[in-house]
Write a protein that binds this ligand. Structure first.
Ligand SMILES: Cc1cc2nc3c(=O)[nH]c(=O)nc-3n(C[C@H](O)[C@H](O)[C@H](O)COP(=O)(O)OP(=O)(O)OC[C@H]3O[C@@H](n4cnc5c(N)ncnc54)[C@H](O)[C@@H]3O)c2cc1C
Length: 455
């Protein structure tokens, strides 16, 4: 029960820590503890027929298990410092980009070869956007797609399984400081290690808060992003998505000077439910395989809400808004843009008559009863701005699903090695509050593994 290194969480952060440790120091004894199931056992029971909505499984297969929250995601690896986290603030811009490129090389070696790498460099859309006060952020985007992303994870697991001890369905309860290292306690046993990497992601945010409190690790927290998922005919955005795949566009509203941004664009994709601690929010994904593609494109429009003293529970605020939509709609609400601006609730008939077929079965309703006015005004203003670079965005039939909430973990105080105030205790990935994406979380894993290997 004694390891050199224990990794808590088998999401991209944990997987890439383990991978790099195996590369650099195969002599070290490494264990990975994961609250969720192994990849092969991860199945969400919602089938749309017998089980239509979330039944609150003990371990949510969408968010937990080998591959972490991104296992069934669109597998978009954004190679950029412009969004996806602030890793560069800790380790420098060049190193952060190099680590993301390294992760991309590994993904290519383990099944991603042949997938497309899109780039904004030299695109004419930047100029087109700026004419309308829309700002296109720089990035290279590797789109693995949900299907290939899964294959890469399968291959990485096949490579690691006999080199690292994996403990699935084994949530870590506590981490304690002991002489010469750490004691990691699970329900049935305790394990010790010299160094510990915590990579518990978004689903582990509450647990992470508790650990920080118990060990008196300083933290800060004040942000949540709230908005809607927009779904429209793929043709409306095809000139952008064919070239860039994902365009991250930021707009500053004239009314309140708030920033609204596009997030997680899924050309020819599908809108899906997401379950965060029992609250149903909305997300989206798409497939690389043309047979699984749809006629629609979806993306989120999010407004970042920063709070100042004395309010500290930014995620609680986001959860309350999402709960309101669940209360009114029994889950996610869908509304036609035309109905929203005319102050009308969408009805099943009006959704049925629209020239677009929704890819998610959601309850027709009225988002103005859910979203705060300031956020809704910002979203409406941005839809009209986007209509200038992608005519058709502000069409009456454009569908808005709500709510989409992007929760942020509180930010843990760490140094340039991503080590907290205790020697050998590393906190990485989305659980650290520093990363919010597959590429940044994976890069943070490689970074700490290299530090440990050198030491
Ligand atoms: C539906 C969806 C789509 C997404 N699409 C994209 C995308 O296309 N591109 C992108 O960049 N990002 C995307 N993301 C975000 C991305 O998945 C995350 O940023 C990324 O997975 C973070 O990696 P991580 O390793 O830090 O954490 P996670 O992937 O969340 O992994 C953490 C793991 O730790 C485990 N854990 C938690 N607590 C404990 C504990 N106490 N003991 C043991 N194990 C524990 C969890 O079960 C989980 O498996 C998406 C997210 C979702 C939910």
């Amino acid at each position: 029960m004694k390891y050199d290194i224990i990794i808590i969480g088998a999401g991209p952060g944990g997987i890439f820590s383990a991978y790099e440790l195996v590369q650099k120091r195969p002599d070290l004894k490494v264990a990975v503890f994961e609250a969720g199931h192994s990849l092969a056992k991860r199945h969400c029971p919602i089938d749309g027929e017998k089980i239509k909505s979330c039944i609150g499984c003990q371990s949510c297969s969408i968010m937990s298990g080998f591959g972490g929250a991104g296992a069934f995601s669109d597998g978009k690896y954004n190679i950029t410092n412009d969004f996806g986290g602030t890793l560069y603030e800790y380790i420098g811009k060049e190193r952060a980009l190099n680590l993301m490129k390294y992760v991309d090389e590994i993904n290519m070696r383990y099944g991603g070869e042949g997938t497309k790498l899109y780039s904004t460099s030299g695109t004419r859309f930047k100029k087109e956007c700026i004419k309308h006060d829309l700002h296109l952020l720089d990035a290279s985007v590797r789109h693995l797609g949900t299907d290939i992303n899964y294959v890469v994870l399968e291959n990485l697991y096949a490579y690691l399984q006999d080199k690292v001890d994996f403990y699935f369905d084994t949530p870590v309860e506590t981490v304690a400081i002991i002489d010469g290292g750490y004691e990691v306690k699970c329900q049935d046993a305790s394990y010790t290690c010299e160094k510990c990497i915590i990579s518990v992601g978004r689903s582990g945010s509450k647990w992470m808060e508790r650990v920080c409190k118990e060990l008196e690790i300083p933290t800060k927290s004040n942000r949540v992003d709230i908005g809607v998922r927009v779904e429209l005919p793929a043709d409306v955005f095809s000139h952008l998505t064919d070239e860039l795949y994902e365009s991250k566009i930021v707009y500053r509203t004239q009314k309140y000077q708030d920033k609204v941004r596009t997030f997680c664009m899924n050309p020819k994709g599908a809108v899906v439910n997401e379950n965060t601690n029992g609250i149903i929010t909305v997300n989206g994904h798409s497939y690389e395989d043309p047979e699984k593609q749809t006629n629609n494109t979806n993306f989120a429009l999010l407004v970042a809400k920063h709070f100042s003293e004395p309010f500290k529970d930014s995620n609680g605020y986001g959860e309350s808004i999402a709960r309101l939509s669940n209360m009114l709609g029994g889950g996610v609400i869908v509304q036609r843009f035309g109905d929203l601006i005319r102050g009308k609730r969408s009805t099943p008939d009006r959704i049925e008559e629209a020239f677009i077929t929704p890819t998610l079965k959601a309850t027709p309703g009225d988002l103005s009863l859910v979203l705060p006015k300031r956020i809704l005004d910002g979203i409406i203003e941005m839809i009209y701005a986007l209509d200038k670079v992608a005519p058709g965005t502000a069409n009456d039939d454009t569908l808005l699903y709500g709510v989409e909430v992007k929760f942020y973990n509180m930010e843990v105080e760490v140094n340039d090695k991503l080590e907290c105030c205790y020697d050998g205790l590393y906190i990485i990935g989305d659980g650290s509050g520093i990363t919010h994406s597959l590429s940044h979380a994976s890069a943070s894993g490689v970074h700490v593994a290299r530090d440990i290997a050198e030491k």
